[in-house]
Design a protein around this ligand. Structure first.
Ligand code: 0RQ
Length: 505
């Protein structure tokens, strides 16, 4: 233990998770480590859930992104959350959010640190942060994610560290912690390459803020990786075809540009598609480093990967963690404020790939809400990247729910990414390169290249009627949400007069 807990003073502060959880009072705000299941505080949140069996209390919970170990699920079910931010991906929590039982603030991931730093959000009473080591001076070495841990540690009044003895010790040295500083005193962020380092490998903390150290022994919850299926593989091929066209046009080389990719099945399929491609010497500048990134590093397709969390399947943890030190010169983990920072995304000229729930014919994208009102997961980093990337690519299957929903609609039912932020839209039908196009040009291309045949005629009829009304962005406003209303009323977006096409199919 003295290897991981090097501060003599802090060795005296080891407590049980239950005791640490008992310090948390009704109405407090907690800043938890954790980003897409990686590096989350595991024991204290679960002890807090336990306390809810005989006590009524609520807390605000801020994190990096989604948590593992069913923590979001259990906290939501125990009814102990007043407000949660900035991202979650749990079915039970989603249900409670949509039933109005807890408040959820869906926020750009790079903005959280800004809001905590400038005291816009509630002050953080307790930061509960997972670490792999604590130095002699009491500085914190984070584990598999950095997320918002650095800013939580800086701003919190009290700190609880979960020292995880199961996480690989080789994580020490992989982090690059940079503090953006206060408004008015900032300098340009001097990160000019994906593999650059601008900070330190530990988070400096005020020793006397650390109230307790809890020892833990469990690895992160593995990602539930979805292998490419026929459709996602086809989408990946379309996307790769688009990148090839960019090379032919002389706008990219075989090294492409630093890649960011979101979570989920398509992102994974695209990265897998790169494995067998002619592209080489690639770089990743992303948030989550998933299994496929390690396959690409192993095959030397990817030269260097920068992220803010390592989220792996169980199988991949078994092979990657024992040899993690071999990735030391190929990998860096940064705070999410830096991995998702507009300045750096623009400077490095990223290609970003994120997922839409639905897009409209003009290229506006909804990534978060089902049928306009029900939260799915959250915007995550997609907005940070889309607005600032060199190429903002959005992917979605053209239909959902066995064809009863068209993911291309006349007007999206919730706005996350406006037409101004969306360069390329990809479905399994094809891709639409929207750059430089006027709205009517965009609509024609999206209908032609991206829509499912089932809905093409119905959309063409809508668009033609809209064109008769005229305008820069033509619409039949009273019918703009009719597809969503149809689905709510009849169980399908397909109108009866166009359903002959369906029979035919
Ligand atoms: O529903 O779960 O009931 O089967 O949505 O859809 O096609 O399996 O796709 O798992 O990649 O998730 C956008 C939600 C896609 C995700 C989203 C239904 C569909 C299914 C899931 P079921 P798929 P994925 C990275 C950066 C946030 C934005 C982002 C996400 C379920 O990728 O949350 O990329 N992204 N952020 O049936 C109604 C539609 C639908 C629909 C799909 N049009 N209407 N339901 N579904 N299209 C994240 C971070 O930064 C941390």
């Amino acid at each position: 233990i003295t290897k991981q807990l090097r501060s003599k003073e802090l060795q005296k502060k080891i407590v049980s998770a239950g005791e640490a959880a008992s310090w948390i009072k009704d109405g407090m705000t907690l800043g938890l480590s954790g980003f897409t299941r990686a590096g989350d505080a595991k024991a204290v949140p679960l002890a807090l859930v336990d306390r809810a069996k005989d006590e009524n209390f609520k807390v605000n919970v801020y994190t990096g992104a989604s948590l593992g170990s069913d923590i979001d699920k259990l906290m939501a079910e125990a009814g102990i959350i007043h407000k949660r931010l900035p991202f979650q991906a749990d079915a039970s929590m989603r249900k409670k959010i949509n039933e109005g039982e807890l408040l959820f603030t869906d926020q750009h991931l790079s903005h959280v640190a800004e809001m905590v730093r400038s005291d816009v959000l509630n002050p953080i009473d307790f930061a509960i942060i997972e670490a792999v080591a604590i130095t002699e001076e009491g500085d914190i070495i984070p584990s598999t994610s950095v997320g918002n841990s650095a800013i939580f540690l800086e701003k919190a009044e009290n700190i609880i560290i979960e020292l995880n003895l199961a996480q690989p010790a080789a994580l020490e040295g992989m982090h690059d912690i940079y503090e953006a500083g206060e408004y008015g005193k900032r300098l340009p962020i001097a990160l000019t390459s994906v593999d650059g380092r601008i900070g330190t490998n530990k988070v400096k903390v005020e020793l006397d803020k650390i109230k307790g150290i809890v020892l833990t022994h469990d690895l992160d919850s593995p990602s539930t990786i979805v292998p490419p299926d026929e459709e996602t593989a086809i989408m990946a091929n379309h996307l790769i075809e688009f990148l090839r066209e960019e090379i032919k046009a002389g706008r990219l080389t075989k090294e492409l540009a630093p890649l960011q990719s979101g979570i989920g099945s398509v992102a994974n399929a695209v990265l897998h598609g790169l494995l067998d491609s002619e592209f080489e010497n690639l770089e990743v500048y992303s948030e989550v480093l998933q299994d496929a990134v390690f396959d690409l590093l192993d095959s030397d397709k990817v030269r260097f990967a920068s992220g803010c969390s390592i989220t792996l399947s169980q199988e991949k943890m078994k092979t990657v963690f024992p040899k993690l030190d071999q990735y030391k010169d190929k990998l860096v983990l940064r705070p999410q404020e830096i991995s998702n920072h507009p300045e750096i995304i623009r400077r490095l000229g990223l290609i970003s790939i994120n997922t839409a729930i639905e897009a409209d014919i003009y290229g506006n994208v909804n990534s978060t809400h089902v049928c306009g009102t029900k939260m799915m997961n959250g915007i995550g980093g997609s907005g940070d990247f889309a607005r600032n990337s060199r190429l903002a690519i959005f992917v979605t299957k053209s239909v959902a729910k066995h064809g009863d929903i068209s993911s291309i609609v006349p007007f999206i039912s919730h706005v996350d990414h406006t037409e101004h932020d969306v360069d390329v839209l990809v479905t399994e039908q094809g891709y639409a390169d929207l750059r430089g196009l006027a709205p009517v040009e965009r609509a024609r291309l999206i209908i032609q290249n991206c829509m499912h045949p089932l809905y093409k005629e119905q959309m063409t009829a809508y668009f033609e009627e809209a064109l008769k009304r005229g305008g820069q962005t033509p619409h039949v406003l009273e019918k703009a949400f009719s597809w969503h209303l149809n689905y709510a009323e009849t169980g399908t977006m397909l109108e009866p007069e166009f359903s002959a096409v369906k029979q035919h199919n």
